[in-house]
Design a protein around this ligand. Sequence first.
Ligand SMILES: Cc1cc2nc3c(=O)[nH]c(=O)nc-3n(C[C@H](O)[C@H](O)[C@H](O)COP(=O)(O)OP(=O)(O)OC[C@H]3O[C@@H](n4cnc5c(N)ncnc54)[C@H](O)[C@@H]3O)c2cc1C
Length: 403
Amino acid sequence: MWVSENYVVSRMVKKYDVIVVGAGPAGSTAAMKAAEGGGETLIIEKCKLPRFKLCGGNVANWVVLKLNIPEGVLDRKYTSITFCTPPRYEKQNFPVPGVYWGVYRDRFDYHITKMATRAGAELKEGVYVKDVIKEGGSVKGVITSDGEELRADVVIACDGVYSTIAKRCGLWDKWFKERGETWKDYQGFCMGVEMKMDNEIIEERFGDSYVIFTGKDISPLGYGWIFPKDGMLTVGVGSAAGMMDKKPAEYLDFFMKHPAAAQFLEGAKVVTGRGAFIPYKRAYTPSYLAGLLVAGDAAGMVSPITGEGIFFSVRAGMDAGSTAAEAVQSGDFSAKFLSRYEERWMRSIGQNLKFQSQVFEETLGKILKIENEPIRREQYEKGVIEAFLKYIAFVAEYSSKKS
Ligand SMILES: Cc1cc2nc3c(=O)[nH]c(=O)nc-3n(C[C@H](O)[C@H](O)[C@H](O)COP(=O)(O)OP(=O)(O)OC[C@H]3O[C@@H](n4cnc5c(N)ncnc54)[C@H](O)[C@@H]3O)c2cc1C
């Protein structure tokens, strides 16, 4: 009779307090906070970890200090930024407030995931969530790619830029469709490669800096970048997805051969490459429903100026995890209770993101409306630097107020 017993076991549905979907910076910090707060927590990650993630890997010092990231996970320290812009592409160097760190996302993200599992979260990897369980207007769990039903009082969607969970829960309709827009209207597209280079040459060419390049042929609305790491360079281009009039790979190819970039890249060898979307306009609200919280790229929490997202994901992930733990303690999983998550992240990162959207609108947004193409192009180059510098000044002022 073992067959029928097995059948009974396979029909048993496992229930958690909190299920976090995605083990990026948002998901792992959310799971860590939820587990620390006493919630029985499961992380579901579609890749086997550690996983490659296309990213500049430029991380704010706040994250490193807050999560106590050890030196072995950090590849390189940056204290300045270099711009190369048309027409002459001369190097212009500016100090950045404090310190930024260059990391490789496989090692960095996995380190945070291990922090979450050490805090008590369970990890299920190599399995993706294909749907959500909804009952009585509330999210009650997820269904995985192997058909398993996993129940939870709170699901935290940290499943990245193309969030299956947010879409399945009807949030894409609220965020985009009801405004007459689409998901793609909010996305930039990036192409990037990792290149091998001797550390001696890296030191000589980059010092303590990373480099940003502008120019319509490099990126119509966005920029090109070279972030030096330990024996490697992270190289890429990104632009508003709707504004590219060539294939993304053609932009990358043009960029890598451009004399401004070639002076840094000469002798480097491509190891791997990939393309990826990145949200760039604004964080999406509402970021919660009954039984559901959404954090990180899934909720559009990325700087519209720099493309920085790791800091915002970590901050929102922590807010989501703490809120989920409180919901578990109080036994209240209603949208009203969970709305305190949005109040939290509005306080922790909302002002920062809002300021950046404003700067974006006042600088690049205005310039993009200029009809005369040569004038628009010329102004845009200046606008990128202006936007970056305004942001840097904001961060400097914000950090000094905080400290
Ligand atoms: C080219 C590029 C360069 C960037 N450079 C920088 C930079 O230099 N600095 C910076 O701060 N930010 C940068 N960003 C942004 C940054 O990468 C993101 O903001 C950040 O990774 C968001 O973290 P997250 O946890 O929300 O999502 P992710 O890191 O994308 O993690 C989501 C996780 O969910 C998993 N997942 C997805 N769907 C499912 C599913 N259905 N079931 C289970 N698991 C699922 C994925 O496998 C993934 O591991 C860059 C982005 C791009 C594209």
